[in-house]
Design a protein around this ligand. Sequence first.
Ligand code: ATP
Ligand code: MG
Length: 548
Amino acid sequence: MATDSMTPFPGLRPFGEEEDYLFFGREDQTNDLLKLLRTQRFLAVVGTSGSGKSSLVRAGMLPALYGGTMAGAGSDWETVVFRPGGDPLLNLAEAMIAADLYDPEDAEAPFRIRATLSRSRQGLVQAVEYSDLPRESNLLIVVDQFEELFRYRGVSGKHQEQASAFVKLLLNAARTEDRSIFVVITMRSDYLGDCAHLSGLAEAVNDGKYLIPKLTRDQRRDAIVKPAAVGGGKISESLVQQLLNDVGEDADQLPILQHALMRIWDFWQQDHDEGEPVALRHYDAVGGIANALSNHADEVYDDLPTEESRGLARKVFQAITERGGDERGIRRPTRMDKLCEIVAATPEDVSIILDAYRQVGRTFVMPLEGTEITAETVVDISHESLMRVWRRLSRWVEEESQNARVYTRLSETASLYHRDLAGVYRDPDLAIALSWREQAQPNGAWARRYREGFTEAIKFLEESYETTHAEEIAKEESRERELEQAKLVASLQARAKKRLSVLLGCIAIALVASVIMYVDSLEQREVAVESRAEAEKSAAESQRLAKE
Ligand SMILES: Nc1ncnc2c1ncn2[C@@H]1O[C@H](COP(=O)(O)OP(=O)(O)OP(=O)(O)O)[C@@H](O)[C@H]1O
Ligand SMILES: [Mg+2]
């Protein structure tokens, strides 16, 4: 089994500071950045998702600074690298401690520094003054994934204030004459427009913007061939050509290429003859560029120990991803304690999932193996491209977005209902909401990410159910009553009909009898007449005989 140190390709995650010896193809851009930094103390590295911003700054620019490449600035650099997340001031304070600017043993330090940072616009300069940083040292503050500042904005109103205070701290620190402080931010270009909402930021970005170019075909070739050579291997020319052709101009080309390379390399390590280079057969075995990532993530899913853990994996990934407004997925870094609350599972159970996806050779989830996950650790997918390329995850993301829509609508209607502006839910909305509750089993922690008022919404749903249920029962009862009546009428009618037919039968019989009797009487009359005539004839005969 390969170990990460033997794998010269980082997979989905960005290159780290200490991986400059594996980082190729960005030499020109690194020099461009250093040139800019000579004149600008505030620099914004912008580009599309996955274009390599974080890697360029971390593995290109920082090592070059330490190496003293930036003319006139010396090599005495201290760097603070962090992501702003939901609490930029606290994250900055913690990063300053991690960079050894303060005593790491001081448990109170993060909160004390945070308090200094939030005290005034010069808070960052003051925090640096109070630190152990020698006066003559340069300080570079790297705010990676700066767009998180805008992404968290919707969550609470307080965040807007915090974001604005945070930006003022950075801008003032970069302007100060007292210290040599530089600020570099990396940000998705889609968020450039948002900068205008924070005072002074648009101007600063305009002055020091660096739009990261796409790697050329030759630079991509370097990014494939050179790390392999560092790792002690060789990639066959036919595979290099195949990779360059297959990766094409796709927007996610770098993360997809990196992941495929990591997989191919791992496969090659386990299966190659003496002197055999990494070849097309290794590439085909992992499913090619088109399927390597999706197949790999599915394999991890299928290998999870139980059906329950697979169900939990779905919830975990749904919690740390989000479908953005533009229908593209975005990541949603989430603290471990909050994640456990959202998915309603213990840290042990959630760790089984995370460990499976973050172990060596599987860089799907951050932090990677080797970093302990505590309640405060922020869990994140390593790159958005995972959401676009792993087919199962894109289905989950779609499902989560449907669930969020059903809940938001329910919760909005519940608020209107309480203000007498809407009635209870009825079908089909009711049926949809009931099936959502049954299948998604939502809880307050989950719902809070979309809209407050979960308890109220669920109460409204139950009330809607009871009201419509009671109405249905009443309707059913009235239908049954109608049916009974109809049955009664039908049976009365049937009885009357029967009586009539009996009567008619009797009449018919009587009629037949009287006809028979009549005919009989006629016959008897005829006999009587005949007898009479006979008698008269005999009498006449007797008389005639007597006369004679
Ligand atoms: N020069 C390079 N050579 C090869 N792979 C690279 C290079 N630069 C970046 N990558 C790879 O591209 C992917 C994206 O890199 P990175 O995270 O640095 O980009 P980003 O622009 O910061 O992304 P995001 O928009 O998510 O912040 C990662 O998989 C990384 O390993
Ligand atoms: Mg980045």
